[in-house]
Design a protein around this ligand. Structure first.
Ligand code: SAM
Length: 450
């Protein structure tokens, strides 16, 4: 097999990163935009030692699960990689992937339940971060996701996975930025004003916080007028903030944010508790589907423990801690992000939660120095999972169950294997939750007895 070669393959299975998998010349071929059951003509893009990457050129026989994508840019943009597959089959493929990963990476013989679907197949994304640039000649604003593997912006006018009003707001920003002489950011030259547009939408109220990330250290008149014009145009916009990011970096947000109009947050509601979400607050992207996970965790704790001591680790704004506080004796949270901890204190106060303690530190270090024992330890780490050191210590401070919430099945399987080798038991079936329809992503909850 060589690069640029055109071959015909039958897609046999689906990878955990959303590619169709075929075999050719004894090698696995990972094919973009292909689904099991397809026979496709593909172009080989890269040949590695044991596998190759390819892109679909022509569909010779179509899988019965192919649909016409709702978005005309589905193949170019990457935001809805699985948008050409019907939703029920997406869930089947994700279910199979979780089972495969548990076996292959974790060597685990565990039961994996069918995923709990998202109540919304589209319009579910409540955090939108579009990079911004401008056209070379006319200087018109471009805003949208990067084309996969590039920094070329796909100028997205319509995105089916986010609330429709967001398309309108972003189109308004494109047009008005030009009128107010706000320039789009040019990455290579590190020039221009507007780098990113970030929208935080409350699934509860429909209110939206708009943040303009700019290549500047302070606001200027045209920028303030531009922000006010966005605020005045849309009743649903709760506030417009400016975030200053003058550095040459791929990190989206700078350290300082200033509220120019209205409020600098929106309110989300989960299991009867209210959460303030600011420009840069970590919060679940699909709040309605996330509520299913919070409920699952809370129901599990209340049916198995009476007023337990709960440790919520990698706690963000303490969403798990606060939602389980009324069934717990005491809740201890640990989170390394200072802003998230400050906001967690405020959220706890506003919800009149008194039995909570919030620690701003590295989770691993916290577990290592902690002397108390917890009936329940909730672990909800980033995609990279937990370190071995942090698992060793988490397991020492737990006297009952670890509830591991994960957005990456591969690191979950690795960490479960590590805990199992230490003598822990995975006591319940693994429960996947689909929070990201039209993408290969899947969240899982595993329950472990120490
Ligand atoms: C997947 S989020 C979970 C947040 C929260 N549980 C929720 O549902 O909203 C992971 C969180 O872990 C935090 N984090 C990452 N590494 C950490 C570490 N070593 N120690 C403590 N917190 C960490 C991140 O800042 C982020 O808030």
């Amino acid at each position: 097999m060589r690069e640029n070669e055109i071959i015909t393959v039958r897609i046999e299975s689906f990878s955990n990163l959303g590619f169709g998998v075929a075999h050719h010349d004894g090698m696995a071929v990972f094919v973009e935009n292909a689904c099991p059951g397809d026979v496709v003509e593909v172009k080989i893009e890269k040949v590695h030692k044991t596998y190759a990457n390819a892109v679909t050129k022509t569909i010779i026989t179509s899988s019965e699960h192919r649909i016409k994508p709702v978005c005309p840019l589905q193949k170019v943009c990457g935001a809805c990689q699985l948008g050409f597959i019907d939703y029920d089959y997406q869930l089947e493929l994700k279910h199979q992937n979780v089972k495969d990963v548990m076996k292959k990476i974790g060597g685990l013989d565990v039961v994996v339940n069918a995923p709990i679907p998202s109540s919304q197949k589209y319009n579910y994304r409540h955090k939108i971060q579009y990079p911004v640039s401008q056209t070379k000649n006319s200087g018109r604003i471009l805003a949208g996701y990067y084309k996969p593997k590039t920094h070329d912006i796909v100028n997205i006018k319509y995105c089916p996975v986010q609330p429709e009003i967001c398309d309108e707001i972003i189109e308004f920003i494109r047009e008005k930025a030009f009128d107010y002489a706000i320039k789009g950011y040019v990455e290579k030259a590190h020039s221009g004003d507007l780098r990113h547009v970030v929208l935080r939408v409350s699934a509860d109220s429909g209110k939206i916080l708009v943040t303009l990330v700019v290549n500047a250290t302070q606001t200027f008149k045209a920028l303030r007028d531009f922000a006010k014009c966005i605020f005045d145009e849309f009743d649903c916009v709760a506030g417009v903030c400016v975030n200053f990011n003058p550095k040459k970096t791929n990190v989206i947000m700078g350290e300082k944010t200033e509220c120019v109009c209205g409020k600098d947050y929106v309110i989300e509601r989960i299991l009867g508790k209210t959460f303030k979400i600011g420009a840069n607050t970590f919060f679940q992207v699909n709040p309605k589907s996330a509520e299913n996970i919070f409920k699952y965790v809370k129901d599990y704790i209340s049916s198995n423990f009476k007023l337990p001591m709960v440790l919520d680790a990698y706690s963000g704004v303490s969403a798990f801690g606060i939602t389980v506080s009324d069934i717990a004796k005491h809740v201890v949270c640990v989170e390394e992000n200072k802003d998230a901890c400050e906001l967690a204190h405020e959220i706890a106060r506003e919800n009149k939660v008194k039995n909570i303690e919030i620690n701003n530190m590295d989770a691993g270090k916290f577990f290592a120095q902690e002397k108390r024992k917890f009936d329940v330890v909730i672990l909800d780490p980033p995609r990279s999972g937990c370190t071995e050191e942090s698992l060793d210590n988490a397991f020492k401070v737990c006297s009952g169950k670890i509830i591991y919430v994960s957005c990456n099945p591969a690191t979950l399987a690795r960490d479960l294997k590590y805990l199992k080798d230490k003598g822990c038991k995975i006591t319940e079936t693994i429960q996947p939750f689909d929070m990201f329809p039209q993408t290969y992503h899947i969240e899982n909850v595993a329950i472990i007895e120490v």
